[in-house]
Design a protein around this ligand. Sequence first.
Ligand SMILES: [Zn+2]
Length: 130
Amino acid sequence: MAEKSDTDWQAQLTPEQFHVLREHGTERPGTSPLNVEKRDGVFACAGCGRPLFSSDTKYESGSGWPSFWRPLEGAVETTTDRSHGMTRVEVHCAGCGGHLGHVFPDGPRPTGMRYCMNGIAMKFEPGSET
Ligand SMILES: [Zn+2]
């Protein structure tokens, strides 16, 4: 895939999406309509459209961000993030490299992981098969 420049991304994304996906921003908790999204479907990357999470793995973590216990196979990659004086595991899209959120080891079974995502970095596609 061809690398997109910041200018390309700015033309495609809203300023808020650009801030999260391309500048490792974080949306304010509780602001994403995807927090209360309960329908069956797929959560896809807002940058490249790659399917990232199934509604089957979404749960209410109480964090104010859409949370999942497992991504779709091969959908995301992780890196260690040492910004803000913390060591966290950053989650980004395997398709376009866009920043999605972080993963923490305090999720529910069966994985025990909490994928804490920025809703603005994703698009919900109701009814899609995974
Ligand atoms: Zn992507």
